[in-house]
Ligand binder design. Sequence first.
Ligand code: ZN
Length: 186
Amino acid sequence: MSEQLRPLFDERFTEREREAMTIESRFSLLVAKDPSSDCWIWMGNVSRKYGRFFSGRRPMIGERAHRFAFEIAHGPVPKGLLVCHRCDNPLCVNPDHLWAGTSAQNNADRSAKGRSTSGADHWRQRHPERVLRGVRHPMAKHTAAEITEVKRLIADGQRLVDIARETGISKDTLSKIKRGIQWTSI
Ligand SMILES: [Zn+2]
């Protein structure tokens, strides 16, 4: 990683100082700006290829870092819409690279860029070093917080195929969650 890609990061601040910061300041500490692409690379926690930020807005549950960045810059994501990347980099949180669209718009954008929902992921091919291993965990490895998040996405009206793509959880399993067959205790 180049020197320029280092995030400001935490060591410069004590825990007390971090606690006194605004959410936005804490968020920005975990971002490294890449001058070559203008992408803001998320350096914090990553879950299923997307950055995860523990903002405290929803206790104990990490928010999608790019979704958080979008909301800070542009306001709440309209219900049912996905936050999509113009730059195809799931770890990018530059609000200028993010747009809110429907599943259909996102799929059209993918097709236009030569990606497809079911085919090889273009971004993964270009950035194999960023691909997390073991994305498709068996259900036993999912945490209660993740399942709660999945249920929220389902309740938001997002399509199972999109949730499956983002989370790595199979459509079959998502369907069982939706119908109340699996993970009913959460
Ligand atoms: Zn970007």
